[in-house]
Design a protein around this ligand. Sequence first.
Ligand SMILES: Nc1ncnc2c1ncn2[C@@H]1O[C@H](COP(=O)(O)OP(=O)(O)OP(=O)(O)O)[C@@H](O)[C@H]1O
Ligand SMILES: [Mg+2]
Length: 334
Amino acid sequence: MKDRLLEIRDLTVSLKKKNSSIPIVKGIDMIIKRGEIAGLVGESGCGKSMTARSLMRIQPPSAIVDGSILWYEADGTSTDLTKLKEKELRKMCGPQIGMVFQEPMTSLNPMIRIGDQVAEALLIHKMAGSRREARDKVIRILKEVGIRDPELRYRSYPHELSGGMRQRVVIAMAMICEPKLLIADEPTTALDVTTEAQILKLIRQMCTTRNMSALVITHNMGVVSQLCDRVYVMYTGRILERAPVGEIFSKPLHPYTKGLLSSIPRIGSNPEYLTTIPGSIPETDQKTSGCEFCLRCSEDERRCFFEMPEETGYAEEHYVRCFAAQHRMEAENE
Ligand SMILES: Nc1ncnc2c1ncn2[C@@H]1O[C@H](COP(=O)(O)OP(=O)(O)OP(=O)(O)O)[C@@H](O)[C@H]1O
Ligand SMILES: [Mg+2]
């Protein structure tokens, strides 16, 4: 247990609508170990951001959250974040958990100098004795995230920076209180590949040097392969497969995971033949008793349409929720 930092158990999030409620996150389990980077991957609208937001209790007001989110101390004792009072949870946001939101511009106030915005969390959490100490810490973190001339940049406004620079500032804001867990929601989606690679390297470095853990949300398997130690593959609010990153790439079991992997563009491949998963993610209010992926699946069986497969273990820490994968596993073991 001592290697665990966060454990999500059977987390469900539903949005209340008049007389009904629409399930968005459907009973997910997740473990984030100390110093490890977990990737939550899936197509647009599958519930990644909702999962991350409900960890910090910043989901929409109509959301009903159930399940437990256990935060482990170094001695193995745990606190359920869902049971904490609002004030106690807010105290954790910054010093324990830092978050990079999906759209960097919405996290930055256009009217305030970026240095002062980064310093704010330090002052709120009383982690700097004086404004001068806060300023010194901000300049140090701006330098660490790769901003040149941090003394000068301290006084810049967000619009004076490039997209990549703004993304670095947002990461600096999340990191300034030295959190134990960084939640980064699509931290590089709007960036060019070179800047993306630099930001991913930066997150990796920060995890290594500070023994920080991270939950990185992305729809890009390329990002997962560069950055993550462990992967959670999400579809319509459910984890369909979870495994260490090497296993996911060498032995993907779920047809959805295979689909995501085959849609990574590769050097030398003809872009005209880039494979995509046919169809699209169903609407959230579309009800089914079976596997939500079956309409798009290449390995579907009759029972997939009316029965949801249980999660089964394939190897150590490699789990999948799919009848076809289960049959393949059974055949391999015979
Ligand atoms: N405030 C809201 N009100 C109503 N529905 C919402 C709200 N926020 C999210 N949803 C719905 O919840 C589902 C999951 O949304 P979420 O933002 O978690 O997806 P995502 O996986 O982060 O997608 P993306 O990759 O596009 O960011 C979507 O169908 C979305 O329409
Ligand atoms: Mg999102």
